[in-house]
Ligand binder design. Structure first.
Ligand code: SF4
Length: 445
């Protein structure tokens, strides 16, 4: 396979990280070429027969800019200035991009309201000062606040970097004479059969004509902020993030949930697919069978990463009615964000004749918005914000409701609290920002 086909294959492997659109940029002797379109990878990008040695790609999940209104917002974003060409794709959210954009606005026109375009033009501005590639990228990244795992093509040079707090995953592997880079290790291990290395927080790696140079961004903040929600929901279960296999962390979350059980349970029903792995840990410990009483409507995509107005319209599950009647059910999910789907499921199971429906959540209550890469940005839309667990339980019509606590989540992941971001659970943000202002920014989107 050449680089284009490899990148396309790996994008399909990480399709769960973004469904709005996809893009690939690749290097040719005539410069960088680019294709990007709305839709899933297989719809957006044909398997072109191109020969290239360097390519980067991206699947979009928007946290700045619009939802599927402007194709320019898709990554990779690209700039050409004479012989200098830059293509950039990144995972994360930059919290101070509006301020940086303001500083750049006397020299640059902006076609989108995205953090990505700001990073691209910031790097371009540093290169135009005559600095070398590494120094330009380093200086640019040090101005950013927020989360980023980034891949950059500067002509035929490839640079990758992970923010100093390490919010988001980024892995790479040297295989034969190639280097593969991906947001999740599973995209590389599926292709190669080997477990890749993770880029360290604050690490920057440059690849050029077969040489791989590792550098540091040169900042050590003395703590980390690995996104706990990657372990709870976002990452694929076979991904290894900061040395921890996501599957194992999720199973331990379920096992801690079982430690809290004080109800008589006949059977455990996972919410497919999000609650499945936690339900294994939970069911094993309480010694009750798992039944797949809920059947996911396939090919629907991940509703959590769809726009708000579409989420509530979707019928996501069928129910195996005959196994529900007169049973005391523990309904297990990974997290409870808005609560709308859970309320519908609980009501449906009760209407069918379930005797009791106990909801069990393998993470703590999400009470605060995220501005570092996940789209639950206002408190009002979070079911647990400003409510007691009893009130949430009533709202979702369950007979009882239990969550694991933040200490249990830390133990399940196997990291200390100064290594994790758990701001959506605790309200303690690892970077300084004005939360009210950020919420207003989101509402203006
Ligand atoms: S606030 Fe939550 S979702 Fe956002 S980075 Fe932190 S842990 Fe992840």
């Amino acid at each position: 396979m050449d680089s284009f086909s490899i990148v396309r294959f790996m994008l399909i492997q990480i399709q769960h990280r973004g469904q709005e659109g996809a893009g690939i940029a690749w290097y040719t002797s005539q410069g960088i070429k680019l294709i990007k379109n709305f839709g899933l990878v297989t719809q957006a990008i044909p398997d072109l027969n191109v020969r290239t040695s360097v390519a980067i790609g991206h699947v979009r999940y928007s946290t700045t800019g619009t939802y599927m209104k402007n194709v320019e917002e898709l990554h990779p974003m690209y700039i050409k200035d004479g012989d200098l060409e830059i293509a950039l794709a990144f995972n994360g959210t930059i919290t101070n991009y509006k301020e940086i954009r303001k500083e750049l606005s006397n020299r640059y026109m902006f076609n989108t309201d995205t953090d990505t375009e700001v990073i691209l033009k910031l790097i371009h501005s540093e290169l135009k000062r005559g600095r070398d590639v590494l120094e330009s990228v380093r200086r640019s990244l040090l101005k950013l606040s927020g989360s980023y795992s980034i891949v950059l093509m500067i002509n035929d040079r490839l640079v990758i970097a992970r923010d100093p707090l390490g919010f988001k995953p980024l892995s790479y592997a040297e295989v034969d004479s190639s280097v593969l880079v991906a947001s999740e290790s599973s995209a590389i291990s599926t292709l190669t059969g080997i477990e890749p290395r993770e880029v360290e927080p604050g690490e920057m790696i440059m690849m050029y004509r077969g040489e791989v140079e590792r550098h540091s961004l040169g900042v050590d903040i003395g703590k980390r902020a690995f996104c706990a929600f990657e372990y709870v929901y976002f990452s694929r279960p076979d991904t290894v993030f900061n040395g921890v296999t996501v599957y194992e962390a999720r199973k331990r979350m379920g096992s801690y949930l079982a430690d809290l059980e004080d109800q008589d349970i006949d059977m455990v029903v996972p919410i497919p697919e999000t609650g499945r792995i936690a339900s294994y840990g939970y069911a094993q410990k309480i010694g009750r069978p798992i039944e797949d009483a809920l059947v996911k409507v396939r090919y629907m995509g991940r509703s959590f990463i769809m726009p708000r107005e579409l989420r509530s319209l979707i019928a996501k599950f069928g129910v195996v009615r005959s196994i529900i009647k007169n049973r005391k059910i523990a309904l297990v999910d990974d997290s409870l964000v808005r609560g709308t789907t859970m309320r519908n499921i609980v009501k449906t199971l009760k209407n069918i004749g379930a005797e009791r429906v106990h909801v069990r959540i393998a993470s703590p209550p999400i009470r605060y918005p995220c501005f570092m890469g996940i789209d639950f940005p206002t408190r009002e839309e979070l079911i647990a914000y400003g409510k007691t667990i009893m009130e949430v339980c009533k709202h979702i019509c369950a007979d009882s409701l239990k969550y694991i606590c933040t200490r249990m989540l830390e133990r399940a992941i196997g990291k200390r609290d100064d290594e994790l971001c758990m701001a959506c659970f605790t309200g303690l943000y690892p970077i300084q920002m004005d939360i009210l202002e950020k919420e207003k920014e989101f509402l203006r989107r």
